[in-house]
Design a protein around this ligand. Structure first.
Ligand SMILES: [Zn+2]
Length: 459
């Protein structure tokens, strides 16, 4: 199955770009050579900073991680100082900042927790946790992107240590996956980076990690990176109608998403790329199931069914609350929360996939322009093949832009409202405010220009 998926990927790449493609077998050695040159870069020293600003939740989660290796008395002092900051900031989602005086007497411990060799929090914070993240600013240097993203696996959750992940393998795998994204206007490596950043932000700064164990977080972060790998720039309906090799391979059932998951796991079988080699057979089997489920659920065909499921579950939290701090609660707590965690993993990846709708207008509108162009390109191909064209894919008729306000209110909001219950109050408020602001912008444009406007003209 996997080999066939690669053959299909290679074919589509040739079809779309019209140039010679080396395929997976050619890409990997080429990537390996490039990456071996950049390994030293990925281990570069991380600068120390004397102050830090972020949410209390992420700071507390981060310091909590050092409990296993820091002597108890020193750990307690550190946590007391962090709690003191939390009290002053007014709760779990409040913004805190510290200066060196606050940690006087245990500054060395604090620095080693925050900025130790595998805890390059400042670097990651600056690169990945900025609130105005714009994926159009990344994607120019895949090795650099891979190095940055790899740092996120080390902090604030030490997934690298917990699952014995080799940093060089991780960087190499991310860069390889990045190189397998096609150069589509929207479904490119930049979109994958965007979805990864959103997922990581939601877990750390957004305090979503409270509902997951480490295994779930690893599954989410790996899935986000590869969730659209090899995307052909067309939708499933097009693949089915044109009887494409992907539709034939997967019997018309979410052919695109099935291919993404298949390609992800296929890369792990290649030498030097298995980021999950440190997992036991049992842990690997479980993470594979979680990741496949979450990636397949990114097919919009399942959207309404999933939103109903999430809404129904969140409406019963008074009688059956979601369990918190699962990762510290032992096997019993993990078993009790299993079904909820699986559903939330899907919710986090699916929302992250639509995450650009929750970003500021200046970021969101540019991504809609790219999505619109990708739809138009499919429409152009359908016109050439004398197929029916959906109005929003027909550049002579309508556009994505004219239906954005409806899309944001009727499709995205019903998912985001229950989703934000699992984030810090501040993160949830900000996302919903952005969503509302974006919907208003599109509604205003629609009112002014009626339905015959295209995003690229008016944004
Ligand atoms: Zn996607």
């Amino acid at each position: 199955m996997g080999n066939r998926a690669f053959a299909v990927l290679k074919k589509n790449r040739t079809d779309k770009c019209g140039d010679e493609v080396t395929g997976m077998d050619g890409l990997i050695p080429q990537k390996l050579r490039q990456l071996s040159r950049s390994e030293s870069e990925s281990r570069r020293a991380v600068p120390r900073h004397s102050n830090w600003v972020g949410s209390y939740a992420s700071l507390a989660t981060f310091v909590n991680e050092c409990q296993s290796w820091l002597p108890e008395e020193r750990y307690n002092k550190l946590m007391d100082a962090v709690d003191d900051l939390g009290t002053r900031s007014g709760g779990i989602s409040g913004a805190v900042s510290y200066d060196t005086a606050h940690f006087e007497g245990h500054m060395d411990d604090f620095n080693s927790v925050m900025f130790g060799p595998t805890k390059s929090y400042t670097f990651v914070h600056r690169k990945l946790l900025c609130t105005d993240f714009d994926c159009l600013r990344v994607g120019k240097n895949l090795n650099m992107d891979a190095s940055t993203i790899a740092c996120a696996f080390a902090c604030p959750f030490d997934l690298v240590g917990k699952y014995s992940i080799d940093n060089a393998v991780l960087v190499r795998w991310i860069a390889t996956i990045a190189s397998m994204y096609l150069d589509n206007p929207y479904h490119s490596w930049r979109h994958a980076y965007d979805v990864f950043q959103f997922s990581y932000f939601a877990l750390s700064e957004g305090a979503g990690s409270r509902f997951f164990n480490y295994h779930d977080m690893l599954a989410l972060m790996i899935s986000a990176i590869a969730h659209d790998v090899g995307h052909t720039g067309t939708n499933n309906s097009f693949l089915v109608q044109t009887r494409s090799p992907l539709a034939l391979t997967y019997n018309d059932r979410s052919p695109m998403e099935n291919m993404h998951a298949s390609v992800l796991f296929e890369t792990l079988t290649k030498p030097g790329l298995n980021v999950l080699s440190g997992l036991s057979t049992d842990a690997y089997t479980k993470i594979r199931a979680k990741m496949i489920e979450a990636i397949l659920a990114t097919d919009m065909a399942h959207h309404f069914e999933f939103v109903d499921q999430l809404t129904a579950r969140t409406s019963h939290t008074s009688t059956k609350p979601f369990l918190l701090n699962v990762k510290f609660g032992g096997e019993e707590r993990e078993n009790a929360s299993r079904a909820d965690r699986r559903m939330l993993l899907t919710a986090f990846l699916h929302t992250a996939d639509l995450g650009h709708t929750l970003r500021p207008w200046d970021v969101h509108k540019n991504l809609v322009v790219l999505l619109e162009e990708e739809f138009f390109l499919q429409g152009d191909r359908q016109r050439d093949l004398e197929m029916n064209i959906m109005p929003m894919m027909d550049r002579t008729k309508d556009s994505v832009a004219s239906s954005q306000a409806f899309f944001l209110e009727k499709l995205v909001r019903p998912l985001v409202e229950p989703f934000t219950l699992f984030l810090s109050v501040d993160a949830g408020i900000q996302m919903l405010a952005n969503l509302e602001d974006n919907a208003k912008h599109w509604a205003k444009l629609l009112e002014k220009h009626l339905s015959l406007f295209q995003a690229y003209v008016f944004t």
